[in-house]
Design a protein around this ligand. Structure first.
Ligand SMILES: Cc1cc2nc3c(=O)[nH]c(=O)nc-3n(C[C@H](O)[C@H](O)[C@H](O)COP(=O)(O)O)c2cc1C
Length: 403
């Protein structure tokens, strides 16, 4: 998704994790957001406004009573031009103020006077988080429509372990993108499979393939950003997935089949981006000895999960074709033989195990769209836009550019 003209007000409050605001600003700028930082007095004890000013490229605001800061009505005006206010980190004290409609500094005033959504990313000691007062405030905030990102469980600055850590910044970024996106896939349930499978030969050895899972994971994260209810079926992947994505692990053909068949009926769209073994070795109960010069493995054809689903289908199915040659011809054949609604094709040398991919998309009625070579994270948004067109019965690409 290309972020164009999106403005974030980043409120930084007095938590030990305020230093992470510096990295968050860097990530926001890298994704093209305009960032206006507003700090509380306590936040300034943890990190210097100069640092945040330099990183955001804008003067940091902190004082309601400073005539030099705008036209004197900043406490109201600031949110008028913002797409989202993000409070990260949000202290327990600031949550309490928000929940009770208090307005005794610039940040709390502009939250109260806002006419844009407000997202908070709490960060505090686990006892502060679990305290009934904080939990009561949280409920009030959620009831008032305030959006929540995190907190995470983990090691805390105080040395304790538990719930209350600031959410990982990459996960917070996904939520910020989600709440500033056009929510193209809102109300859609999407199931995506990603990665390779591992089939055991003996207790110690296995065969697998070179799928990294990058494309499927990029699709899952992009669908999340576009507001879909996403479930990722995760095979053997070489990259991490945001914790915000609902995920189920399925490491071999049998597990993939079980999980896909269990979840497909409750989803509107299934995107099959996983590379699932076509052949499964006969499993030896003991470790094979290396006393022969040549070893022959017995492989059995596995059931074609996508074909089975395509034939009995009740929902919209998107396949992937990774080919060595004759891409259009082979992808069209696969689309037809598996009764798919759409297929995304790529040449293995262009895409497999790579950050970028060059793909084509073919619809059921034979339209072929050539997509530019792109980073898979960006490409995922284009692919989802085409999927949405085809799902909605539109001509492919009719609304491209709307993301
Ligand atoms: C060293 C230190 C670390 C703190 N860390 C946190 C924290 O992580 N989360 C939190 O809610 N409060 C934390 N506090 C307490 C807040 O800074 C305090 O409640 C402050 O009044 C918050 O002000 P603000 O909400 O206006 O920014 C910490 C205080 C100190 C002295």
């Amino acid at each position: 998704m290309q972020i164009v003209n999106k403005k974030i007000i980043l409120g930084v409050t007095g938590s030990i994790s305020a230093y992470k605001a510096a990295e968050l600003i860097r990530l926001l700028r890298k994704s093209n957001f305009f960032v206006q930082v507003v700090m509380t007095q306590s936040a300034k004890e943890f990190i210097s406004p100069i640092t945040l000013q330099a990183l955001s490229g804008n003067p940091v605001l902190e004082n309601m009573w400073e005539p030099s800061e705008g036209n004197g009505m900043e406490h109201i005006n600031l949110s008028r031009t913002a797409d989202l206010i993000v409070i990260a980190p949000a202290s327990a004290n600031f949550m309490a103020k928000l929940a009770n409609g208090m307005a005794d500094d610039l940040l709390s005033n502009l939250c109260l006077a806002r006419n844009c959504p407000l997202l908070i990313a709490p960060a505090m000691n686990l006892e502060m988080w679990n305290n009934p007062a904080t939990q009561r405030n949280l409920k009030l905030l959620e009831k008032d429509g305030v959006l929540l990102s995190g907190p995470d469980i983990g090691e805390q600055a105080c040395g304790e372990y538990g719930l209350g850590r600031l959410i990982e910044l990459e996960d917070l970024m996904l939520d910020i993108k989600k709440y500033t996106s056009n929510a193209l896939l809102k109300d859609k349930k999407i199931l995506i499979s990603a990665g390779g499978t591992i089939e055991k030969i003996d207790p110690a050895r296995a065969i697998t393939n070179l799928s990294s899972g990058l494309m499927g994971i990029a699709l899952a994260e992009a669908a999340y950003v576009l507001g879909a209810d996403v479930t990722l079926i995760k095979g053997n992947c070489s990259v991490n997935v945001s914790k915000s994505i609902k995920q189920i692990e399925a490491i071999n053909h049998a597990e993939m089949q079980k999980v896909i068949e269990k979840h497909i009926q409750v989803n509107d769209i299934y995107i099959s981006a996983a590379a699932i073994s076509d052949y499964i070795p006969k499993l030896s109960g003991h470790k094979l000895k290396k006393d022969q010069e040549a070893l022959q493995l017995e492989l059995h054809k596995s059931e074609d999960i996508l074909k089975k689903i395509g034939i009995n289908k009740a929902n919209f199915i998107v396949g992937f074709a990774a080919e060595s040659e004759n891409l259009v011809e082979n992808a069209k054949k696969k689309l037809k033989s598996k009764n798919l609604d759409l297929i995304v094709g790529n040449l293995i040398d262009d895409s497999m195990n790579k950050r970028d991919a060059k793909t084509i998309i073919i619809s059921k009625n034979g339209e072929v769209i050539d997509l530019d070579k792109k980073n898979k994270n960006l490409l995922a948004f284009d692919i989802l836009s085409y999927i949405n067109d085809a799902y909605s019965g539109d001509k492919l690409g009719e609304f491209i550019g709307r993301l």
